[in-house]
Design a protein around this ligand. Structure first.
Ligand SMILES: NC(=O)c1ccc[n+]([C@@H]2O[C@H](COP(=O)([O-])OP(=O)(O)OC[C@H]3O[C@@H](n4cnc5c(N)ncnc54)[C@H](OP(=O)(O)O)[C@@H]3O)[C@@H](O)[C@H]2O)c1
Length: 320
């Protein structure tokens, strides 16, 4: 698999990474065994970038990832995140960051974290204090690179002045384009970009179901993109994208990931799956080249993204 460089501090990863959230969070019952075999398959096929977070099961997800990458730990980049409280509030106080990092190192069974992200900007803690704390952790050898998630231009700029930011992670897919307004800042500061939920939380795979068919613990049971009115339009767009993908002997998931890769050399999507077979399919996107005509057709199908807000009112991050 090709590699890509994120930021200007030396962070290099496979062009497609792997997101582990769904192994234990957001999409129904946990599946550690499926997740472990998916991670192994991803590595076998050249993936060197694995994404987890404290919040995905409060250590459970990090334990699965740590165990699964044990045999090849030094060959891969492992990213984790701090900044949520157990009731989904924010906490990026320096003492909390230090505590979470010690826990993450223990859960992951590692002596350092490659990429440490602030999961959400904490309005009660100046970003300079967050960046300064991460800098201390980098100086101590516990962390290698600094990342932000769902941060805006001003926050990135202020953080970057204290500790260079290598990467921003935010939702981005054929359905979610808002983050494109941040690309000029990323280019100016030389920050890489990791699109999360690059398959539209599974919608852009053609295997989605009605909201009512997901279990309660699956966020797609309440996600606006699955609600009547939006759902049918998103299904129709996915059908047209699937038709286009078929003309290229590809699946719609591969088309969705190849589209992201075509948006810039600084972009590394991290699709998630608990299935080794689907991981194999997703990684196939790295071999799919989209022509100018393909990109034009995609623009006709979804000029500005899908239908329905990605988070409910009040949960949408503010990009300052
Ligand atoms: N920074 C943040 O705030 C944030 C937020 C959300 C996510 N993330 C990160 O981004 C990663 C990816 O996002 P995501 O997991 O939300 O969404 P995603 O990658 O867009 O979609 C994942 C869903 O798609 C299904 N899927 C994947 N490949 C498939 C295929 N080829 N065919 C059919 N179904 C397929 C998976 O089901 P199966 O498991 O059954 O295959 C899963 O339900 C996460 O794992 C996490 O690491 C970060």
């Amino acid at each position: 698999m090709q590699t890509r460089t994120l930021g200007t501090q030396g962070l290099t990863t496979s062009a497609i990474g792997y997101g582990s959230m769904g192994i234990s969070f957001a999409y129904g019952a946990a599946d550690a065994a499926g997740g472990s075999s998916a991670i192994q398959r991803a590595y076998d096929l050249g993936v060197t970038f694995f994404d987890t977070a404290e919040m995905y099961g409060w250590g459970e997800n990090e334990k699965v990832v740590g165990q699964a990458v044990k045999g090849f730990r030094d060959e891969v980049v492992v990213a984790t995140k701090f900044g949520f409280t157990r009731d989904y509030g924010f906490d990026s106080r320096p003492e909390h960051i230090r505590e979470v990092v010690e826990n993450s190192l223990r859960y992951l069974s590692m002596d350092h974290i490659d990429v440490l992200y602030q999961h959400r900007v904490d309005p009660n803690v100046p970003i300079e204090d967050v960046a300064g704390t991460v800098k201390e952790l980098i100086d101590a050898g516990k962390v290698k690179y600094f990342g932000l998630s769902e941060a805006g231009p001003e926050t990135m700029r202020r953080a970057h002045a204290v500790q260079p930011v290598s990467v921003l992670q935010t939702e981005y897919s054929l359905f979610e384009r808002d983050v494109e307004v941040l690309f000029p800042t990323l280019n100016e500061l030389g920050i890489g970009f990791v699109p999360y939920s690059p398959l539209g939380r599974g919608f852009l795979t053609g295997t989605t179901k009605l909201a009512s068919e997901y279990e309660e613990a699956d966020m797609r049971s309440w996600d606006a993109r699955w609600q009547p009115g939006n759902f049918e339009k998103n299904v129709e767009a996915t059908r047209q994208l699937t038709e286009l993908a078929a003309t290229k002997d590809a699946t719609v998931a591969q088309l969705a990931l190849a589209w992201l890769l075509a948006q810039g050399e600084h972009i590394v999507p991290i699709p998630g799956s608990r299935s080794a077979k689907r991981v194999e399919e997703n990684i196939g996107a790295a071999r799919l080249t989209l022509t100018a005509a393909d990109l034009t057709r995609i623009k006709e199908i979804l000029p500005t993204g899908g239908f329905g807000s990605r988070y409910p009112e009040g949960m949408n991050p503010n990009w300052h």
